[in-house]
Design a protein around this ligand. Structure first.
Ligand SMILES: Nc1ncnc2c1ncn2[C@@H]1O[C@H](COP(=O)(O)OP(=O)(O)O)[C@@H](O)[C@H]1O
Ligand SMILES: [Mg+2]
Length: 255
């Protein structure tokens, strides 16, 4: 197995020297290429802080983050922008779509920066739109889309660069259960067929049940790990049990 994400002794502290809070405390873990890993834990556990460091949005106080063999905490500006553009895709809860661009242009945006040949760009957008069932929305602007549609456009923008890793922070957080299930099926498909590694934060056991493995964090340290062995339903039950142990609930009636 190839380790695509390798996190070593990661610590993130906020505040001054005298009044410091450690949000992440000496976390180490790795993710193999092609895994679909969930991160769960109560609100304030440090999940978003962790995702922001892994996706190079913020720097740790101590420790290292290897992604595809590169320590991304030590990249220079130019290498960092290459890394963000080519290696990773993000899906965030609040979408981050540009209001003045159509669906098509929002999805194209990361490719346009790279100046790919027009034909290649068109083909990629077409494939992603078909996969996500949004081909008929290509000329609409974000304010003409439902929440579920916006989320799929945001997913399309993350997928179109064909990243090695997709980071998703509560990607189903503002979706109804039908749209959530659809988005999760696309992610699962991408994971299965393109071997895209996915790291996804969620508080929802139903969403989590699409993963192969869940890491539970609490107060900035690892609390437990649950690995899927049987059906998704069984995994869902395991996740709920672990959540009850750790505290910090979620939806329990999804199946
Ligand atoms: N920029 C910041 N400055 C100070 N404290 C922060 C900052 N960002 C997050 N925190 C604190 O770090 C803790 C973890 O936050 P976060 O990573 O957002 O948790 P989660 O996503 O698990 O709910 C919280 O107590 C939060 O208040
Ligand atoms: Mg968060």
């Amino acid at each position: 197995m190839v380790k695509i994400i390798d996190v070593k002794h990661l610590t993130k502290a906020y505040g001054t020297h005298l009044n410091q809070t450690k949000v992440l405390d000496n976390l180490s873990f790795s993710v193999d290429k092609g895994e679909f890993v969930g991160i769960m834990g109560p609100s304030g556990a440090g999940k978003t802080t962790l995702m922001n460091i892994l996706s190079s949005i913020s720097l740790p106080t101590m420790g290292s983050v290897y992604i595809g063999g590169q320590d991304i905490t030590r990249l220079k500006e130019k290498e960092l922008s290459d890394f963000r553009r080519k290696k990773i895709g993000f899906i965030f809860q609040d979408f981050n779509l540009l209001d003045t661009l159509t669906t098509k242009d929002n999805i194209l945006l990361p490719l346009a920066i790279d100046k790919l040949p027009i034909e290649e760009m068109e083909n990629r957008v077409k494939r992603v739109a078909e996969l996500l069932g949004i081909s008929y929305l290509m000329d609409r602007y974000p304010d003409e889309l439902s929440v579920g549609q916006k989320q799929r456009v945001a997913a399309g923008r993350a997928m179109v660069v064909q990243p090695e890793v997709i980071f998703a922070d509560e990607p189903t957080g503002s979706l109804d259960s039908k749209s959530a299930a659809e988005l999760l099926r696309y992610l699962a498909e991408l994971n299965l067929h393109q071997e895209t590694t996915i790291l996804m934060v969620t508080h929802d056991p139903f969403t989590a049940s699409y993963c192969n493995r869940i890491l539970f964090i609490k107060d900035g340290v690892f609390f437990a790990e649950v690995v899927r062995r049987g059906s998704r339903k069984e995994f869902f039950e395991q996740v709920i049990d672990m959540q009850a142990t750790i505290g910090g609930g979620g939806r329990t009636n999804a199946f």
